[in-house]
Design a binder for this molecule. Sequence first.
Ligand SMILES: Nc1ncnc2c1ncn2[C@@H]1O[C@H](COP(=O)(O)OP(=O)(O)OP(=O)(O)O)[C@@H](O)[C@H]1O
Ligand SMILES: [Mg+2]
Length: 443
Amino acid sequence: MSETSVSGSGSGSGSSSGSSSGSVSDDNRGEASGGTTGATIELESLTKRYPGNPQPAVENVSMEIKAGETVIFVGPSGCGKSTTLKMINRLIEPSGGRIRINGEDVTDIDPVKLRRKVGYAIQSSGLFPHMTVAQNIALVPKMIGWSKARIRDRVEEMLDLVGLDAGEFHSRYPRQLSGGQQQRVGVARALAADPPVLLMDEPFGAVDPITRDHLQDELIRLQHELHKTIVFVTHDFDEAIKLGDRIAVLRERSHIAQFDTPEAILTNPADDFVSGFVGAGAALKRLNLTRVRDVGITDYPTVTVEDPLQDIFDRLRESGTNEILLLDRRGRPYKWLRRGDLMRARGSLARAGTLVHDTVTRDATLRDALEAVLTDNAGRVAVTGRRGTYEGVVDMETLMNSVHELLEADRLDALEHQHDLEETRATQTHTEQEGFGEVGGRA
Ligand SMILES: Nc1ncnc2c1ncn2[C@@H]1O[C@H](COP(=O)(O)OP(=O)(O)OP(=O)(O)O)[C@@H](O)[C@H]1O
Ligand SMILES: [Mg+2]
């Protein structure tokens, strides 16, 4: 999820009005031009006081978020995450400070205009129960005056994007969907008007861990395609590590305890509050940051169920390993076969060997891979590509070596960072002693 500037590509065929500034501030472009990607967000001394509360809920928050970046807010309950997020699209009006999107001050513009720049998805999807899936997704496009035909196409496109069959889900009501499906519709709705900015407030909080995992993977895939600027709130530090380009760890009143990359926060937490939040097992969490495609996938001897038995016997004998991987007709991992297995099963492939329990894709994290290796007793896990076809394996040794290397590299980075800081400090002290850089020198 790297930074990208506003550019035209992909979805939604807008009536291009020839405005090529790339700014999102042009609200008169008719139907917003398609394929807008992320915009920068700047918060400057943003403050919120709720009436009757002596303490502000959010106090003086300043941060800059790059275009195309995914930034995660984590922090304890009540620290002001939702309030900060909702001020970005002015669902909550700030009591002080400024908000700029792509350089444009949006603190005082019409909130309805803001909604087309900023999509919003929340926990438990927030869908309107009396509207169908299609009507929910069409909400913002309709509000900003898209034509019926364009809305219809867009709804279909969005359902496709989040992996729901348009024919099946178009006319259902939210209560006729599972939690995970509702969540997908929520994301589709937030993306419908193709806003450069997407705000998500614990969007996956209400689903089971497995569905959550899927939805997270999907968000990563979407973001690879769309390059929106995403601000995402969660309680779950593991979720933050998995999704974030940078993480803002917030303490009370949304004061920023640390705002940095997941690697930096894991290996170099700013203070005890942050370490407390990172929690135990930083080394294991590090596994969430690396994907199978980043480590060595190795070849492994395979045969298929369509091979003649004699070939399978030969292959078993030839291969240096005492096990081979049996693929099904479509080339998908099916069983681990050992030498004795075929004999004992009297040459029946249906009876021989151990079923493959678990496979991973190249996008899986090393943590998923480790999990799979540990639960399958083969000591390795098969990696699959499109339609589940076999591509190679990752074994325990590769995993251990990678983790070792990662941690070592992190340690060196942290040392270097430390060194840089000390150097900067030394230079500062030096400059001050020389009598330069004193602020008071105005008189
Ligand atoms: N409408 C409101 N009126 C008064 N106080 C409010 C209002 N909404 C939130 N607060 C207070 O502002 C503070 C921040 O609330 P906020 O919802 O932003 O927290 P949060 O970090 O999102 O918490 P959680 O993780 O529990 O969702 C809390 O102390 C909360 O009680
Ligand atoms: Mg909240």
